[in-house]
Design a protein around this ligand. Structure first.
Ligand code: ADP
Ligand code: MG
Length: 239
C-alpha cells in the first residue's frame, strides 16, 4: 500500500514570517524521499502540512490524489513518527499502539492482529505490557514506529526519528528503516539535517534552503553535481 504525494505551489507563513515560498514537488508511490536542510528551514512544517496537521497558506497538497485538507485525520492515509516519540506515558506499549485504532473504531480483533504483527516485525513483542518509562531510547523509538505501522498507512512521515539515539543505535535503526521500506513498499518521507542519513536512505533527496527547494536528485546526482555552493557545502561534495 503506497501513495503518491503532490505538493503544488505551496507557501507557508506564520504571521509576517514566510517559512516556505511557492514550492512544488511530486513524490511517486513507494518512493523513499529525504528532506535535508539546516535547522529552521521548514522541514517539520512541510511534513506537518503533508500530514494535514498544519494549514497551508497557499497552494495544495494531495496524498493519493486526495487533498489532505479535505479529509478527516483518520482518512488521510499517512502516519507520522516524531523525533520526541510522543508516547503516552500512562499507557502500556500495547495501549500506545492501539489507541489511534480505537479512535477510528476498528474492531478489537483487527486491532490485536495489527498490534501483534507490528510488534513481531519490530521485535518488541516482549515489551507490550511495559510503560514507556521502562523502555530504552531505542525501544521507545520502535514503539513510535510501531504506532505508525499499525495504521497501515500509504505513506510514513518521519521527523528526525533517529536524532535522539546514540551513534551505534542510529546506524542500526537506519538499516532497519531501509528494510522496513523494502518490506512494506510504502511511500516514506524522512526529514533530517544529517547528510549521512540522507545519502544512505534516500531514493531522492530534497535539499531545502532559504524558503525554497534548492535541489532534488538521487544521492549520487547531488553529490556529483551539486546545484549550488550551499548544496556542495552541505553534502560535503567537491564544489
Ligand atoms: P526545521 O524542521 O527545518 O528545523 P521548522 O519547520 O520547525 O524547521 O521551522 C521553520 C521556521 O518556522 C522556523 O523559523 C520556526 O521558528 C518557524 N515556526 C515553526 N513553527 C512555528 C509556529 N507554530 N509559529 C511560528 N513560527 C513557527
Ligand atoms: Mg524540525
Amino acid at each position: 500500500m503506497s501513495a503518491s504525494i503532490e505538493i503544488t505551489n505551496v507557501t507557508k507563513r506564520y504571521g509576517a514570517l514566510t517559512v516556505l515560498d511557492d514550492i512544488s514537488l511530486s513524490i511517486a508511490a513507494g518512493e523513499f524521499v529525504v528532506f535535508l536542510g539546516p535547522s529552521g528551514c521548514g522541514k517539520s512544517t512541510l511534513l506537518r502540512m503533508i500530514a494535514g496537521l498544519e494549514d497551508v497558506t497557499n497552494g495544495t497538497i494531495s496524498v493519493a490524489g486526495q487533498r489532505v485538507d479535505t479529509l478527516p485525520p483518520g482518512k488521510r492515509g499517512v502516519a507520522m513518527v516524531f523525533q520526541s516519540y510522543a508516547l503516552y506515558p500512562h499507557m502500556t506499549v500495547a495501549q500506545n499502539m492501539s489507541f489511534g485504532l480505537e479512535n477510528i473504531g476498528l474492531p478489537k480483533t483487527e486491532i490485536e492482529r495489527r498490534v501483534s504483527q507490528a510488534a513481531a516485525t519490530l521485535e518488541i513483542a516482549h515489551l507490550l505490557e511495559r510503560k514507556p518509562a521502562k523502555l530504552s531510547g531505542g525501544q521507545r523509538q520502535r514503539v513510535a514506529i510501531g504506532r505508525a505501522i499499525v495504521k497501515e498507512p500509504k505513506a510514513f512521515l518521519f521527523d528526525e526519528p533517529l536524532s535522539n539515539l546514540d551513534a551505534a543505535l542510529r546506524g542500526r535503526t537506519r538499516l532497519e528503516l531501509a528494510q522496513l521500506h523494502g518490506r512494506l513498499g510504502s511511500t516514506m518521507i524522512f526529514v533530517t539535517h544529517d547528510q549521512v542519513e540522507a545519502m544512505t536512505l534516500a531514493d531522492r533527496i530534497v535539499i531545502m534552503h532559504n524558503k525554497k527547494i534548492e535541489q532534488i536528485g538521487t544521492p549520487m546526482e547531488i553529490y556529483r553535481r551539486p546545484a549550488s555552493r550551499f548544496v556542495a557545502g552541505f553534502v560535503g561534495s567537491p564544489a
